[in-house]
Design a protein around this ligand. Sequence first.
Ligand code: 13P
Length: 258
Amino acid sequence: MSKRIPLIAGNWKMNKTATEATELVQALSATIGKESNVHVVLCPPFTALERVSGLLEGTHLVLGAQNAHDKVSGAFTGEVSVVMLRDLHVTYVILGHSERRAIFGETDAFVNRKVLSALEASLRPILCVGETLAEREAGKAFEVVKTQLEAGLAGVNQAKSDQVVIAYEPVWAIGTGKTATPAMAQEVHAFIRATLNTLFGIEAASRMRILYGGSMKPDNADALLAEKDIDGGLIGGAALEAKSFTELVRSAARSVSR
Ligand code: 13P
């Protein structure tokens, strides 16, 4: 099995002006800018991408975006394409976040087109999957995650699979302070890995990173990251402060040596 380098991605959501982003990125470059046994991705809002892109030059921190449209250009008022992101040196793009699905009505089919478009432009998708509380209580968590994975990854070939990162974000844990226990999260991560095995083969699936997201904080990160199939985190609230995000990155770096 290949050894996976952990990845910590900060999803800033609709927070931080370009001016506020500058302060946060300067603080993060000082604390974690040279950390090398963990990959760190910052996903500011579109309006701060160019500023952050410039600030990340010469650091090990990598730029991500929070969404993209599947078309390269055209009459899609208010949308941003993968090619535009690439031009700003964006490397990763979060796709299919539960907030996009629930608030903006994004379907699996639309998310799939975005994934294919991102890969075509050499962007690395962070495909988000996860069940709601009602789905979990109805015993449907695995079924929901499987459908989102299979539909979201339709048409992705094995050669490109290692460009894809999966984020398991149980909707009931996002921004609520309720985290899945490490055992609960690992159970779903193992199921995701098994689904990826079927889609891409064991070798390719063993190289793919599966992040956990949903109230991951410095005080619960070590235990989550110690699980075999949890390869990092997609962080919301705790990514907005340099101190907590730095602690999460250090936690991921420690998890490698354990
Ligand atoms: P919180 O860390 O604030 O729960 O958000 C998780 C998330 O949605 C990251 O994409």
